[in-house]
Design a protein around this ligand. Structure first.
Ligand code: ARG
Length: 398
C-alpha cells in the first residue's frame, strides 16, 4: 500500500498543484483537507471538489468556525493580543487550530505525513510544524514549495501541463490569508514599502475616508467574553461576525506595517481586522474600569509575551498555557457594557458601565459629593518621593 499524505488545502494555485506534485515526487496518495475558519469568499464545496479534480483520493472541508472563535479568537481578545502593539495575530491564531485538524485527519485516513503550502521564508511553516510536532511527534511533514522546489513559475507550468481546473491568469497579485479574525495581504507592489496600499488591497473594510454617518454599538461582556451586541445575546462567533460587518463598513481596523518575522526577515504587511480591533478596544476599556491597577499593570506584560509566543508558533507550549491560565483568571471581573462609535476608520469608546466597576464617582469627582481626603496626599507624596529626593540630593552634592 502506498503511503498517504494529508494536505492543508486552500483551493488556490499552490495547494492545488501540490496534490499532483506530491504524488509525483513521493508516490503517496493525497487527502485534501480544507478548513473553514470564517474566511468567506469562495464556496467551500467547490474547493472540496477541486481537490478531487486535481487528483486527491479524498477531500474534506471541516467547519472550524465556532472552535476558532471560542478557543482561539476569544483567548486572543482576553489577552488584547497585538503583536508589535498592532497586529492582532490573524494567521498566527489559525495555524495551531488547522494543525490540530490536520493531525486528526491524518489519524482518520491512516496518513503518516502532513503537507502544507508554505514557503521557507515565513512564520506559517513554523506554526504548522511546531504545532504538529507538539500534537503528533510521529507524523512527518512535507512542504513542496520549500522542500522540493515548487516555485510559482513551476506551479503554473505544472497546472497548465496537467490541465488542472484552476484559473492561473486571474490569480491574485497578492498573497492573502484571511479568516474570521482578519485578513493579511502581502507581496506584489506592497513589497516596495514606500508604495501606499490601494483600495483593491482591501476586502473586509470600506474606505475610512468616504463620507457616511457613524454607527453606534453597545458590546456586552461577561468575564471577558463578548455576549451581547446592542442588548441581543450573541455567541462569540456571531459577535465577531457582526463587528466585522459593522466596523468593516466604517473602515475600522486597517493596519499597514513592517513587522519582524520569526525567521529574521522584516516584511511589509497590510492587515484589516475590523471586528478584532473593535472588540479589543472595547475589551481594553472594560478592563480599565474593572481590573485592579496592579493586576492590570502586570497583565500588560503578560499580554505582550502571549502575543509573541503565539506569533512565534508556540501556541501549544507550556508557557502559553500557563500565561493563558493567568489571563483567564484576570477576566473574573470583566463584566459590563461598552458603547462605541464606529466612524471614519476608528472604533472609539464613548461610554462604559459595569456592576464590577472600580470607578468611584465620589472619589473621582471635582464637584460636590467628594469623599476623598485631599489633605492625605501631602504625606503620601512625601514618603513616595523620598527615594528619588535622596538620590537627587546626593547627586547634587557630588
Ligand atoms: N505575516 C503575517 C503572519 O505571520 C501574515 C502571514 C499571512 N500569510 C500569507 N500568506 N499572506 O502572521
Amino acid at each position: 500500500m502506498s503511503s498517504r499524505v494529508v494536505l492543508a488545502y486552500s483551493g488556490g494555485l499552490d495547494t492545488s498543484v501540490a496534490i499532483g506534485w506530491i504524488t509525483e515526487a513521493t508516490g503517496a496518495e493525497v487527502i485534501a483537507m480544507a478548513a473553514d475558519v470564517g474566511q468567506g469568499g469562495e464556496d467551500l464545496e467547490a474547493v472540496r471538489q477541486r481537490a478531487l479534480d486535481c487528483g486527491a483520493v479524498a477531500s474534506e472541508v471541516v467547519d472550524l468556525r465556532t472552535e476558532f472563535a471560542e478557543q482561539y479568537c476569544l483567548p486572543a481578545l482576553r489577552a488584547n493580543a497585538l503583536y508589535l502593539d498592532r497586529y492582532p495575530l490573524v494567521s498566527a491564531l489559525s495555524r495551531p487550530l488547522i494543525s490540530a485538524h490536520l493531525v486528526d485527519a491524518a489519524r482518520r485516513h491512516g496518513a503518516d505525513t502532513v503537507a502544507h503550502g508554505c514557503t521557507g521564508k515565513g512564520n506559517d511553516q513554523v506554526r504548522f510544524e511546531v504545532s504538529i510536532a507538539a500534537l503528533a511527534p510521529d507524523l512527518h511533514v512535507y512542504a513542496p514549495v520549500r522542500d522540493s522546489g515548487m516555485t510559482r513559475d513551476k506551479a503554473i507550468a505544472f497546472a497548465e501541463e496537467k490541465g488542472l481546473p484552476i484559473d492561473v491568469t486571474h490569480s491574485s497579485p497578492f498573497s492573502v490569508d484571511q479568516n474570521l479574525w482578519g485578513r493579511a495581504v502581502e507581496t506584489g507592489f506592497l513589497e516596495d514599502i514606500w508604495n501606499a496600499p490601494t483600495e483593491e488591497v482591501y476586502a473586509y473594510t470600506s474606505d475610512p475616508g468616504a463620507p457616511r454617518p457613524p454607527d453606534e454599538v453597545v458590546i456586552g461582556f461577561e468575564r471577558g467574553v463578548p455576549v451581547a451586541i446592542d442588548g441581543a445575546a450573541v455567541t462569540v462567533l456571531q459577535a465577531i461576525e457582526a463587528l466585522n460587518r459593522r466596523a468593516g463598513a466604517q473602515g475600522v481596523g486597517r493596519i499597514d506595517m513592517v513587522e519582524d518575522r520569526l525567521v529574521g526577515i522584516k516584511s511589509r504587511e497590510v492587515y484589516e481586522a475590523p471586528g478584532a480591533i473593535a472588540l479589543i478596544n472595547a475589551h481594553m476599556e472594560l478592563e480599565n474600569v474593572t481590573v485592579e491597577r496592579e493586576l492590570a499593570r502586570f497583565k500588560r506584560g503578560v499580554e505582550q509575551r502571549w502575543a509573541e509566543l503565539v506569533y512565534d508558533g508556540l501556541w501549544f507550549s507550556p508557557l502559553r498555557s500557563s500565561l493563558q491560565a493567568f489571563i483567564d483568571s484576570a477576566q473574573e471581573s470583566v463584566t459590563g457594557e461598552v458603547r462605541m462609535r464606529l466612524h471614519a476608520g476608528q472604533a472609539t469608546v464613548t461610554g462604559r458601565r459595569s456592576e464590577q466597576s472600580l470607578y468611584r464617582f465620589d472619589l473621582a469627582t471635582y464637584d460636590s459629593g467628594d469623599t476623598y481626603d485631599q489633605s492625605q496626599a501631602r504625606g503620601f507624596i512625601e514618603v513616595f518621593g523620598m527615594t528619588t529626593k535622596l538620590a537627587a540630593q546626593r547627586d547634587r552634592r557630588q
